[in-house]
Ligand binder design. Structure first.
Ligand code: GDP
Length: 587
């Protein structure tokens, strides 16, 4: 039995490992070098290498692999789902901004519509299903990483496979790495889509090298990472990409029981004119039939319409399928789990129980008042940035809110005055006017009549279609609210050699510049030995009989010192000249 057992991640940086082993980094780097591995402190090594390293260093330490909670959830879930019928893979597309996620998702969907198999509705919703080679594939059409993270936060694991899109002309970028990390953490399979291969600057070999640096070794180099070269613009490679999705899904043997009461997750919810609350539900297992009773969080429905994501009426829907459901009494929440129950009574009572629980723990209050409570509990040093958030769908709204809330710190916080789905409307404009809030819209419009209203009332409305840009803007506003940092800089020092005239608030004295450069007017501090006597202002400097603007080290000078509190200046006191500036801080 080893003396100590240390948990390490599947991948760990040399620096982090050294910290865990309580050894200097140089020792680890040295040991790696002995083994022919040239590593820096930030280099990642895998678990096996770490284990060998510990052995070679002769440490009595046993390493164990750290298991992320999410991994366990995945595994248990996977195991449970290994029986039953085959089900389609659920695929998420991730990657750096502008690398073509949206274009790729659109290209895949359009190809399907062109085949005439998808019904033809192109309205944007958070998931769609296509058929390829007579098999189904479900794509989550989510606005980037935040949504994926938000889904995970809600304890859900929807995705079997992540397509990481990397632009061939831009290479691996921070969000690419983040996406790889997300996928690994969630234990889902990765397919890399090298996009924009039609572009002139495309450099596929270099990109493969960069992928290798992230431990995604392509097959031709002896690894097992599936890489497909595509162009969302010219549609080259899209069928091959879908082939690969199916192939990876086959290896995973994705199955789900169809004969149990259906469960799954609400991945979007919005109000629709004439239809009331509309929810997009992704089925995890079981079968949903039209007319079933469904409970989701604090609301329920006798399913009025059961439709495919292209609006086609369905009689029933199977696992891994996203469906549109209407008939809910209240709008369900993004991330709510749903289940099919046997009758209305059960549905109502389950929904009421959740409703009560949420009321008790405060999670059913709107976010605005939740934020307020948090504010009251904190010290009154906090500056608030009030905002109103509008988004196109519930999923985006949750993502935006989750992301901007993460910007809060001890000094400045975002206060969400109100939030909702749909265009910026009159009541948003009024509320913004009275509360001083800034309105942020994500993928929504500002109708012309409201535009007039907001410009009259000088309400700031900011519309974005890229989530990172919206977050960035909020972050900039918060930065502006941070109290500036006061920075004092010493410019020079003088030792007092003589006092010429003293009045209540003014001293005329002379002395020798010991260091730096003195300028006037300037702020200064008086010290006697170690004692601090206070702050003064020097209004003018004289070299001999002449007024001067500056004097240098080694020179003698005279000066007028203004003291607000009477300081009894004496010979040998030190006058330290300094500047005081307020510097904007970064969040
Ligand atoms: P996202 O931020 O990852 O969703 O990226 P978008 O799908 O919005 O694409 C960003 C930009 O790249 C847009 O101007 C697209 O037209 C362009 N784009 C996307 N895919 C391709 C491609 O395969 N080839 C070329 N030439 N441009 C592309």
């Amino acid at each position: 039995m080893a003396e100590r057992i240390i948990e390490v991640e599947e991948q760990i940086t040399v620096g982090a490992l050294a910290e865990k082993l309580m050894l200097p980094v140089s020792k680890l780097i040295g040991e790696l070098m002995k083994n022919g591995v040239l590593a820096t402190v930030n280099e990642r090594i895998d678990f096996d290498t770490a284990q060998i390293l510990v052995g070679e260093l002769g440490l009595d330490i046993e390493l164990t692999k750290k298991k992320e909670v999410i991994d366990l959830v995945v595994r248990e879930k996977r195991k449970a789902n290994q029986k039953g019928e085959n089900r389609p893979p659920v695929v998420a597309v991730m990657g750096h901004v502008d690398h073509g996620k949206t274009s790729l998702l659109d290209a895949i969907r359009e190809a399907d519509i062109a085949k005439g198999e998808a019904g033809g509705i192109t309205q944007h919703i958070s998931a769609y299903q296509i058929s390829h080679k007579d098999r189904q594939i479900t794509f989550l059409d989510t606005p980037g990483h935040e949504a994926f993270a938000a889904l995970r936060e809600h304890g859900a694991l929807l995705t079997d496979l992540v397509i990481i899109v990397v632009a061939a002309d831009d290479g691996v970028k921070p969000q690419t790495i983040e996406a790889i990390r997300f996928a690994r953490k969630a234990g889902v399979k990765i397919i890399v889509a090298i996009n924009k291969i039609d572009k002139e600057g495309a450099n596929v070999p270099q990109l493969k090298q960069q992928l290798a640096e992230q431990d995604l070794l392509v097959e031709e180099w002896g690894g097992d990472t599936v890489v497909v070269e595509v162009s969302a613009k010219t549609k080259v490679g899209i069928p091959e990409l879908l082939d690969m999705v199916l192939l990876v899904a086959d290896v995973e043997e994705l199955k789900a029981d169809v004969n149990v009461p259906a469960t799954g997750l609400i991945i979007e919810a919005h109000m629709e004119k004439g239809r009331g609350p509309v929810a997009i539900c992704l089925i995890d297992e079981g079968t949903i039939k039209s007319g079933d009773y469904i409970v989701a969080g604090n609301t329920y429905a006798k399913i009025r319409n059961l439709e495919s994501t292209t609006g086609k009426p369905l009689v029933e829907a199977l696992p891994s399928t996203p469906v549109i459901i209407t008939g809910f009494k209240l709008l369900p929440q993004f991330g709510d789990e749903f289940e099919i129950v046997k009758d209305e009574k059960t549905a109502r009572s389950k929904a009421q129980t959740v409703g009560r629980q949420r009321k008790e723990d405060g999670s059913n209050q709107d976010i605005g008042s939740g934020e307020l409570i948090r504010l009251i509990n904190r010290s009154n040093q906090i500056t608030e940035f009030p905002v109103i958030i509008k988004a196109d769908v519930q999923g985006s709204l949750t993502s935006v809110i989750d992301s901007i809330k993460s910007l809060d710190n001890e000094e400045v916080v975002v206060r969400i005055v109100s939030s909702g789905i749909g265009s910026v409307n009159e009541s948003d404009a009024h509320l913004a006017h009275t509360s001083g809030a800034t309105v942020y819209g994500f993928n929504v419009e500002l109708p012309t009549d409201i535009k007039r209203l907001v410009s009259r009332d000088k309400v700031s409305v900011r519309l974005y279609s890229i989530i990172y840009e919206l977050i960035d803007d909020v972050s900039k506003e918060l930065t502006k609210l941070l109290a500036p940092e006061i920075v004092e800089k010493e410019t020079g020092k003088l030792t007092v050699k003589g006092i010429f005239k003293t009045s209540k608030t003014e001293v005329i004295c002379g002395g020798e510049v010991k260091s730096g450069k003195l300028t006037a007017p300037s702020l200064a501090k008086i010290t006697r030995g170690k004692e601090d006597l206070g702050e003064v202002e020097v209004t003018n400097l004289r070299r001999g009989p002449q007024d001067t603007k500056e004097v240098f080290e080694g020179e003698m000078c005279g000066m007028t010192v203004i003291t607000s509190q009477r300081i009894d200046l004496q010979e040998d006191d030190t006058i330290t000249f300094f500047t005081r500036e307020s510097v904007a801080r970064q969040l």
